[in-house]
Design a protein around this ligand. Structure first.
Ligand code: PEP
Ligand code: MN
Length: 361
């Protein structure tokens, strides 16, 4: 389905609109002093857009759920005394009304809210006729249509200044990142809506400040437009998301270290070199397709043989053995285990599909 959004440029006066657009501030507004001092230090390092959560969607009850509207006057002070733009999360109509009452400059919709079309529609209805920029985080589940749907709902309510926040996706069990980046999803959103700015949220992807640089650099290398990073004057004392926040000064170091590469091919030497390498890739892709087709033909033959001999398709001992042996071989060749397992599982699934077809003939 095509996506038609009526968008205006995501730019702000008084803000350096060069890539990357950086927004920073604490996970949660905790006290007036913490908000003011964090904002003051962030301004000092050149940040113009201050984020702070006022209402916090926490996974479990009986934890700190944000200071609530009591924190809105603090954001107002950041705006009037420091001249920064302020941004906060809204999850329902009453949050919207309260935030608008205090002239918050930018609103964002959190990942759990984006996953719920009723809540997104409620926010869209509350914003009908209001001219305010809105950022929409990816839904917690890796569903690009749901993410697109949220932009459509807001746009239909008249919101034209929008940007996407890529904050990673929930996975079951232990994983390296707090929320798996699954870069192919923001890349797909950019392909579907090219003029929608993409802002990466390394804090919620990483869950750990040690990893922030790497994810921020990767976002820049994908030519994404901005970063939203949690920053706290005393990260270890933060009431929420302590391990992923960093001080404004550490944030400056991170930003200074980023390498901003050129998005466009600038001269004919570059173009020819890349062209040659791309032709090489094309050749390998052709070979891969031939090999995959040949492999599936063998799978069909096996299916036929199993049918004739009344055997089940799956002999799990064989699959287990194959997975282990091939992934070891792949790792020796310099491929990551995660990648090989994904490829092998996809091949195995297709092979089962082909054999099932034969069985049903
Ligand atoms: C946040 O930005 O503090 C937040 C709650 O994020 P998310 O919706 O991505 O979990
Ligand atoms: Mn947070």
């Amino acid at each position: 389905m095509g996506v038609k959004l009526d968008l205006e440029k995501f730019e702000f006066s008084g803000v350096d609109n060069k890539r990357p657009l950086v927004m920073a501030g604490p996970c949660s507004a905790e006290t007036e002093e913490q908000v003011m001092e964090t904002a003051r230090q962030l301004k000092e390092i050149g940040i113009h857009i201050f984020r702070a959560g006022i209402w916090k969607p926490r996974t479990r009850p009986n934890t700190f759920e944000g200071v609530g509207k009591e924190g809105l006057p603090w954001l107002k002070r950041v705006q009037s005394e420091l001249g920064m733009l302020t941004a906060t999360e809204v999850a329902n109509a009453s949050h919207v009304f309260e935030a608008l009452k205090y002239h918050v400059d930018i609103l964002w919709i959190g990942a759990r809210t984006t996953a719920n079309p009723f809540a997104v529609q409620e926010i869209a209805d509350a914003l009908e006729g209001v001219d305010i920029p809105v950022l929409i985080k990816n839904p917690v589940n890796p569903d690009v249509e749901l993410w697109i749907g949220a932009f459509e709902r807001l746009n239909q309510a008249g919101i034209k200044k929008m940007a996407a926040i890529h904050r990673g996706f929930s996975t079951y069990g232990k994983s390296f990142y707090r929320n798996d980046p699954q870069w192919q999803i923001p890349i797909e959103l950019k392909r579907r809506i090219p003029n929608l700015p993409m802002i990466t949220d390394p804090s919620h992807i990483c869950g750990n400040r040690e990893l922030l640089f790497e994810i921020s650099q990767e976002a820049m290398d994908l030519n994404f437009d901005g970063l939203i990073i949690e920053s706290h004057i005393c990260p270890d004392k933060a009431i929420s998301d302590a391990s992923q926040q960093l001080t404004p000064y550490a944030l400056k170091e991170l930003l200074d270290k980023l390498v901003l590469r050129k998005p466009n091919i600038e001269n004919s030497i570059m173009m020819h070199t890349l062209e040659d390498l791309r032709q090489e890739i094309d050749k390998y892709d052709d070979k891969l397709l031939d090999i995959l087709a040949a492999r599936m033909n063998v799978a069909e033959k096996i299916g036929r043989y199993k049918k004739e001999n009344n055997l089940t398709i799956l002999q799990s001992g064989r699959w287990d053995e194959l997975l282990r042996e091939r992934s070891e071989k792949g790792v020796k060749k310099g491929l990551s285990e995660d990648f090989i397992l994904k490829v092998l599982r996809a091949i195995h699934q297709e092979s089962i599909n082909r054999q099932t077809k034969v069985m049903n003939e």
